[in-house]
Design a protein around this ligand. Sequence first.
Ligand code: GTP
Length: 242
Amino acid sequence: KSCDGIVEFKDVTFRYEGAEKPVLEGISFTAKPGETTAVIGSTGAGKSTLLQMIPRFYDVESGSILIDGVNIQNMKQSTLRNKIGYVPQKAMLFSGTIAENMRYGKEEATDEEIHDALETAQASEFVQKREQGIQSILEQAGANLSGGQKQRLSIARALVRKPQIYLFDDSFSALDYKTDSKLRYALKTETSNATIIIVAQRVNTVKDAEKIIVLNEGKIAGVGTHEELLNNNTIYQEIVSS
Ligand code: GTP
């Protein structure tokens, strides 16, 4: 039995209830373990929707999504959930200590595991600056944190669980370019064999990915590396120069 974390979209079409047009149409691609697959496209292209179909927040209208060859609709929800670390666009932090927030999804995580995850997520420094470290309390969903700090804690929380598949929905958007790059490099190193899928609007976040998918109005407008797309994809060129 293979349990590698290969994510495969086969001709996936999806439409929100009551919508005239599908938000995703004929989407096919494979995201492989040990690689980063990035999805870039303008706002409204369908990136978040695409990502949310993997944990089954939405089910396909036609086509299929497979993980290691198994249709996710035939998988137990608990099995699926264990495989996936989904980091939503808006960080979901609750009132409580940083440690409690980090243990959400893995109660039994040790302090060391939490520290390792924070380190990878480039969150150690600002957490350690607080007198109470991981025992410091977050108020009102992290009101006392910057947007970038919230994103990093949200990423660290996913790392604590050590899933096979990471799904990042614009999780790097509030970070400066240097931190964005550093974090993704650390992520790659620390999660070596995981499948990473990143949705983003800016080129800096996707340029190092092994595979970049250009999504335009719900359809794939191109697939390639940064260099390849720079050479042959007008939509990608537009995103780069905007
Ligand atoms: P950004 O997050 O702005 O970068 O956009 P995106 O590329 O992630 O697009 P997203 O998947 O969020 O949305 C794609 C399209 O689906 C847009 O036209 C949205 O208005 C529409 N949409 C998103 N969520 C819903 C929903 O819950 N119901 C309906 N009917 N439409 C939705």
